[in-house]
Design a protein around this ligand. Structure first.
Ligand code: HEM
Length: 173
């Protein structure tokens, strides 16, 4: 009896994948049954090979979508890759002000019209509320189908005044 060679198995697998893609495209107009999350993103696997990052704030600031680097958003020390939502976090996106920084405070207050709000300085906020909001947003980014956790950003010591009250909520759209 003839035995399957490795090449035969590759051919069969490729055929199944091709039929799957054609069928999916025919039914859903997408070759992946409408899925566009991180598990079909080669960058996600490439990142897994490289291991997690440990950035300074200055290094993080380069990941704001203004060049070919990935776009990172950080919340209270945890950094997430949000490159797949360039339309939201890229230079023309409505939430571009979160990119390349750790703006945990603005995630809690929703105050987007004060530059000093884009900081990880949570002093002066209700600690319970701040903790809950930070956790909520970390869970949002960490558990999102398109985004993934990439590592940490080192915080510098917080000095100076506590950011003032936010007077007006101003949304960018
Ligand atoms: C604490 C206040 C708020 C925070 C921290 C916040 C933050 C965010 C973030 C991070 C996203 C992007 C989510 C993603 O990656 O898919 C988002 C999306 C969005 N937010 Fe907010 N948001 C706040 C309040 C609001 C309010 C009050 C409005 C309405 C005026 C609003 C309207 C939107 C819209 C329309 C989107 C979708 C943008 C898009 O997909 O292009 N947000 N918000």
């Amino acid at each position: 009896m003839e035995r399957f060679t490795f090449l035969d198995i590759l051919r069969i697998l490729s055929g199944i994948l091709l039929i799957n893609a054609v069928l999916s495209y025919w039914i859903t107009s997408s070759t992946t049954w409408g899925y566009d999350g991180k598990y079909i993103n080669p960058r996600y696997y490439w990142f897994q090979l490289g291991g997690q990052v440990n950035l300074t704030l200055a290094e993080l600031s380069h990941y704001d979508g203004t060049d070919n680097r990935p776009i990172y958003v950080a919340i209270n020390g945890s950094v997430y890759d949000v490159t797949s939502a360039r339309h939201i976090y890229g230079p023309k996106g409505p939430y571009r002000f979160f990119s390349g920084k750790d703006a945990a405070r603005a995630f809690v207050t929703g105050c987007f019209n004060k530059p000093d709000e884009f900081t990880y300085d949570l002093r002066g906020l209700d600690p319970e509320e701040a903790r809950a909001d930070v956790r909520k947003w970390q869970e949002f980014f960490g558990g999102n189908a398109k985004y993934w956790y990439v590592g940490v950003v080192q915080h510098e010591e917080i000095t100076g005044d506590v950011p003032g009250e936010c007077e007006h909520m101003k949304f960018p759209f």
